[in-house]
Design a protein around this ligand. Structure first.
Ligand code: ADP
Ligand code: MG
Length: 326
């Protein structure tokens, strides 16, 4: 079979039998870029979003799956906390969501796919390895995964993820399934796997989107992030072409500040389109930014704060258990 790279137009003569099952992306050995395997036409668009500012039109992106339903119980829920932009509260949300679920008695694995490795710092643990060492086999799962609290385990990120990115890039086929292949055999031990992502669109983000089924997207109620949200919707759509299981389930407004009018308008706008998927906002709360320095979650550092209250509300929504923590 001849496959033409949509980027550099190079023709590749490929033996179909060499392509493992489930693989949806290939990497061109000519230009090094990835492209979808089942759209081999030369003029097909690349799957990743075009970087750079683009006008956002929420009206033009109607919600493709309006049901906010909670998946059947018994299965491990895989939630990715993701949005292209940095500083919107992804890590704060991943850590406090995971910690709150653990407090509610759920068994939780928090996976950090950010090279900054903030999640373990925020929980005050110093694992000797994490996701990279798990994938490469340098550490067995029981050493790569570290218990951080009762019911809460972490698979750390950090600088070594650069090596994991290279490993993914070197694979001709199936690089996008690397994280899924590493995590799937382990997930049965947990009720929830919560995955924190890095800002931007890189091989690790794509891997996360090929693993999680539910996406939670923190949206800072600021103008710049509204732009990021529109771009993120396009990114999700480009992955859903290959993997329809990944769904935007939760839109979480963060940095809610009643004084900023533009934020309120945006909130109303997304509520109109996304209805139930829009969670109660996380208010701007200085306690949330202070807690990490003490290696504590918001529930430990300031259990009575607005930040703790807002994250408890989020956990009630995600579990579908309205009486939790009351
Ligand atoms: N609701 C909030 N109120 C105040 N500060 C916050 C809030 N959420 C996050 N922060 C702080 O904002 C910064 C960016 O948050 P972070 O969770 O690291 O974002 P991201 O992971 O998206 O880059 C951090 O210093 C964090 O402590
Ligand atoms: Mg982060």
């Amino acid at each position: 079979m001849i496959i033409t790279c949509p980027h550099c137009k190079k023709d590749h003569n490929i033996d179909e039998k060499r392509i493992p099952p489930n693989v949806k992306m290939a990497r061109c050995q000519g230009c090094g870029q990835q492209f979808p395997l089942d759209i081999p036409k030369a003029d097909s668009p690349p799957p990743a979003p075009v970087p750079g500012p683009q006008p956002i039109s929420l009206e033009a992106s109607p919600d493709p799956d309006p049901s906010p339903g909670i998946p059947p119980s018994g299965e491990t829920r895989r939630i990715g906390v993701s949005l292209s932009k940095g500083g919107v509260g992804k890590t704060t949300t991943s850590v406090n969501l995971a910690a709150g679920l653990a407090l509610a008695g759920k068994k939780v694995l928090l996976v950090d796919t950010d090279t900054q490795g903030q999640s373990s710092f925020m929980l005050g643990v110093k694992p000797k390895g994490g996701l990279t060492e798990l994938v490469t086999g340098e550490l067995p799962p029981q050493e790569a995964i570290v218990q951080a609290r009762k019911n809460l385990w972490i698979l750390a990120g950090g600088k070594s993820l650069a090596g994991l990115k290279r490993l993914i890039d070197r694979k001709d086929y199936g690089g996008e399934l690397t994280i899924a292949q590493a995590l799937t055999p382990l997930e049965k031990d947990y009720d929830y796997v919560v995955v924190d992502t890095s800002p931007g669109w890189d091989p690790l983000t794509v891997n996360v989107l090929f693993y999680v089924n539910e996406l939670m997207t923190p949206v800072s109620l600021e103008v710049m992030s509204i732009q990021g949200f529109g771009e993120f919707l396009k990114s999700i759509a480009s992955i859903q072409k290959f993997r329809k299981e990944v769904q935007l389930r939760y839109i979480l407004p963060t940095f809610r500040d009643m004084r900023v009018k533009r934020g309120s308008e945006f909130l109303e706008e997304i509520e109109k389109i996304y209805g139930e998927k829009v969670c109660s906002p996380i208010r701007y709360n200085v306690r949330l930014s202070e807690a990490p320095a003490y290696g504590q979650t918001i529930f430990e550092f300031a259990p009575g704060s607005n930040g703790a209250q807002d994250y408890r509300e989020l956990i009630r929504k995600v579990t579908g258990e309205p009486d939790l923590f009351t």
